[in-house]
Write a protein that binds this ligand. Sequence first.
Ligand code: BDR
Ligand code: CA
Length: 325
Amino acid sequence: MTPRPILLDCDPGHDDAIAILLAVSDPGIDLRAVTTVAGNSTLPNTTRNALRVLDMVGRADIPVAAGRAAPLVRELSTAAVMHGEGGLEGPLPAEPSRPVLDVPAIELIEQVLIDADEPVTLVATGPLTNMADVVSRLPHLFPKIRELVIMGGAVDLGNWTPAAEFNIWVDPHAADIVFRSARVPDEGAGGRPAADRLALTMIGLEVTHKAWLTDEHADVLRDTGRAGRFVAELLDHFVGFHQRRFGWEGGPIHDAVTIAHLIDPTLVSALPMNVQIETESSLCMGRTVADRWAVTGLPANALVGLDIDRNRFVTMLLDHVSALP
Ligand code: BDR
Ligand code: CA
């Protein structure tokens, strides 16, 4: 089987960093490029962090391009409280070994799609600002996109506001553009195949809040090599934050679930739903209004994750990270 080509758009971020590591550690995935967006931290920081994480695993061959520095309409709000001022509190060398590419993310995405001999899977683990650019500027390349898998949103409660999840809340207008042009992926979901729509899978908080690691997992990883030690030190910060802030035993590794879902599609259970994005109400800004019980009669436009087999997720993550050089 040839590895599945993917492009990861992210805002590292502790869990974004772990998503990168999971992607490069699986033989079934061919990480063709990484693009960055402002979210957890400013764009220079998320870009620098993506380069540093790839350095750490010896993958400075994977091209990295920076995308949007701010949401489409709203001011940028970052998650420094969770990820630190630089976006990735932790053990990496301060500076990457190479500069970011001198082309904007949208041009790298375009080139990756044009060059690919089979449709590419886009994975987005930050605000959807760059993905809105894909929708507005590259609709002619939709046939070259196998699907878009995002970490974002929630059917029920939010995490950044009572109503909204962080990635969607940061740039609800971009998310609105993406969800309006989306469709359910074909495979097994009874969706509406259409070349002018993006097949969309949403991995939201119902799933990722179950995908947590603890201090014990950090300790298991700490002695398994460079990548294991790096993830252990990320977890020291990230799990600690969730213990202090929410009183949880562990920290949810939100973004890694997107990649885990690609590695093993039986891990996450999901249903097709209509999802709309709130862009006006100040109380509910960024809410993913997911029609769980099909009360609107509107057609489903996304496959929405609802649950995950946590034990298998944890095993996959530990096995993959500890196998990295
Ligand atoms: C999302 O918000 C960010 O802080 C994380 O990296 C993740 O993508 C979870 O709500
Ligand atoms: Ca993220």
